[in-house]
Design a binder for this molecule. Sequence first.
Ligand code: NAD
Length: 498
Amino acid sequence: MTQQRTLAYWQQLATTVSIEGRAYIDGEYRDARSGETFDCISPIDGRLLGKIASCDSADADIAVANARATFNSGVWSRLAPARRKQVLIRFADLILEHQHELALLETLDMGKPISDSLSIDIAAAANSIRWNGEAIDKVYDELAPTAEDQIGMVTREAIGVVGAIVPWNFPLLMACWKLGPALATGNSIVLKPSEKSPLTAIRVAQLAVEAGIPKGVLNVLPGFGHTVGKALALHMDVDCMVFTGSTRTAKQLMIYAGESNMKRVWLEAGGKSPNIVFADAPDLREAARAAASAICFNQGEVCTAGSRLLVEESIREEFVAMVAEEMKAWQPGNPLDPNTNIGAVVDQTQLNTVLSYIEAGKEDGAQVCGGGAQLHKESGGFYVAPTIFNGVTNSMRIAREEIFGPVLSCIGFDSLEQAIEIANDTDYGLAAAVWTSNLSKAHRAAKALRAGSVWVNQYDGGDMTAPFGGFKQSGNGRDKSIHAFDKYTELKATWIAI
Ligand code: NAD
């Protein structure tokens, strides 16, 4: 479908699309109680897109009270799962019916290529809602293996009011990884999108009500982390906080839970994922292509970005040259052009961060083999050339810290053991990949890697059927798959004497 649309089509649509920046509470758009707003700037060209409600604790109190009231009323929480399923399928259909509008909002707001917004972000967001809806009337509870005179029922109940705080790199998709299972299991939700990319979350809240989700079940509060985000995380009437974002904020949310009501806290945080290429990889060209994509896709603003490329020394020079060659196919361009595969970095601050890491790599003695500079400055937007460093050691800052931009660090290794040691020598544990034709080596590596997802002879495989999340400081809990329902339910044991 994207191929049939042109740059002119998207530019025209951008002139007519309406930008809604207000909060969505109890089924209606409202200004923040304080009346405060902040600017929504497009990273494509630095243009002001609109004003966004700057919510704070007053708005959090109202939204949580609404969510609590609808939860207690049972209007959604006690609906038969088969009924919730029908509504969620309708919600997914509505997201797809509005896919052009939503894809455009996503691209204008955070700078990713329109082709990706349409075929990946919006499509996968709708799929998350649909998959969870379809699953919920196929999940059974349990009977415990009790003595003859007892029945022990083990049931799952909706947890209550869920606070969801999400990042800006896949704004609607990360929200829908939370909304799908939270809504399917019957909870009421207060969602806080990132201040850098609030538009699609604000828009879909209305589609949810149009689909039949009762007013007050899904509320959206745009605003900053230290104001409305913190208010939700400290709120005494939020039962569960689900989060995707940086490890720094994730740790803070655990503290807030401890300081308030011990709400359950489920965290999906950062990564510094190793992509390990052995000399016996089945197809080095394919591995090089995947390595380039693993760091360039979504401008490198991906939690699972393959940011550490570990290459067996015997092929390192040859392979790094191949990756550098493949990275030339990733040329930052106008995100509204359907042929663009890498767009703008989300804002000036993120651009500065990426550029400062490029400088840090040079200072620490790594060699730049491609990229290394800001691009298209005259556009008023924020673009950076995909950058590859060779001769990196795992102690350099560019190998240890999450850059969240298209900057690749190539590190050599001599043996399987050394590759695993370097791969696991990180605070993070989100994902890892291994390329080899040797089945035993692949299995040994996959077992030894301390990561929530391991890919063999591919990078970034997966769909809704498998859990996604991190070991170590990449988080706890899992998004996606039936396992995600665990985060949004409490287990109850009911004992019946017979
Ligand atoms: P961030 O932590 O700065 O912000 C994430 C969200 O938290 C935003 O909505 C922000 O407003 C809010 N926030 C910030 N401070 C807060 C506070 N004190 N209290 C409450 N809320 C607060 O992260 P980001 O820059 O938006 O996103 C990038 C990060 O997200 C990267 O580290 C990336 O790896 C991670 N990420 C992880 C996954 C995953 O599934 N593990 C997926 C996508 C992104």
